[in-house]
Design a protein around this ligand. Structure first.
Ligand code: CO8
Length: 254
């Protein structure tokens, strides 16, 4: 499939997806959100890890402010639904997503990164949820995901202030898993991707789903789900190879 705003670079089971809308610092309009959603649906058939990054000095500088200026309630609701649905697709995908944050990740851009499984930031990246400075609130899942990832107090502070903050601060707060020099961003992301790719395919997919599905459950229900998913893996396929390889002192052939 051809995309107008996405550049894909496939390397076996890994795909680097670069968002490229240079005239607006990769800001998210309706077409770009649809492309991101379709891209993850398509890639899920063949790809196991996606590194999502931006071209130029931005990861994504937010939702398209010029487009939003024309919206009233109906259009805003449709836009929010589309963004939430695109980012839910990423979050629920079997693909492991790594956001490689190369520059500005603001508003909807940070919300996009928050829907990814792992975030690696370049030291020159700038992040923030500046929606309140536009008289808005995050509308692509930011109020939900930020509070779940960081806790309510930090989400309150970042969303109410609307301030931009450095990658260093984002790392300290736990928004970023890793903080690297700009030139190390893609190599470090690929290193992590390759490590993930060397592990059991099904195990990673089940781990992702178990962690996500249990976040809204009580601890005891989460434990129940974990027991079920853990035991389901003893179905004589991937786990048999992994356990045998260890005992035979060889690398598993997943
Ligand atoms: N939307 C549209 N165009 C943008 C955006 C954006 N979010 N960000 C930058 N651009 C455009 C600029 O207008 C400019 O265009 P032009 O060259 O035609 O004037 C071009 O990109 C380059 O930008 P700057 O000249 O401003 O570049 P600087 O390096 O000086 O500044 C900044 C970079 C700091 C990133 C600055 O561009 C900026 O502050 N951008 C806006 C950031 C922002 O507020 N983002 C949040 C938007 S709101 C949001 O994301 C809500 C999500 C949920 C929506 C739910 C809806 C229902």
């Amino acid at each position: 499939m051809d995309y107008k705003f996405l550049k894909l670079q496939k390397k076996d089971k890994l795909c680097i997806v670069e968002i490229s809308r240079p005239e607006a610092l990769n800001a998210l309009n309706t077409d770009l959100l649809k492309e991101i959603k379709n891209c993850f649906v398509e890639l899920e058939k063949e790809i196991r890890v996606v590194i999502l990054t931006g071209s130029g000095k931005a990861f994504v500088a937010g939702a398209d402010i010029a487009a939003m200026k024309t919206y009233r309630e109906k259009e805003a609701l449709e836009f929010s639904e589309l963004g939430q649905s695109a980012f839910d697709t990423i979050e629920k995908s079997k693909i492991v997503s790594i956001a490689a944050i190369n520059g500005f990740a603001l508003g909807g851009g940070l919300e996009l990164a928050l829907s990814c499984d792992i975030r690696i930031g370049s030291k020159n990246a700038k992040l923030g949820l500046p929606e309140v400075s536009l008289g808005l609130i995050p509308g692509f899942g930011g109020t939900q995901r930020l509070a779940r990832i960081l806790g309510k107090a930090i989400a309150n502070e970042l969303i109410f202030s609307g301030d931009m903050f450095s990658a260093e601060v984002a790392f300290q707060k736990g928004i970023l898993n890793r903080l690297v020099e700009a030139e190390e961003l893609i190599p470090e992301s690929e290193k992590l991707a390759n490590s993930i790719l060397s592990r059991g395919t099904k195990a990673i997919q089940v781990a992702k789903k178990t962690i996500s599905d249990s976040l809204d459950l009580s601890s005891s229900k989460g434990m129940e789900l974990e027991r079920k998913e853990f035991s389901n893996l003893f179905d004589g396929t991937e786990s048999l190879e992994g356990l045998s390889a260890f005992l035979e002192k060889r690398k598993p052939n997943f």
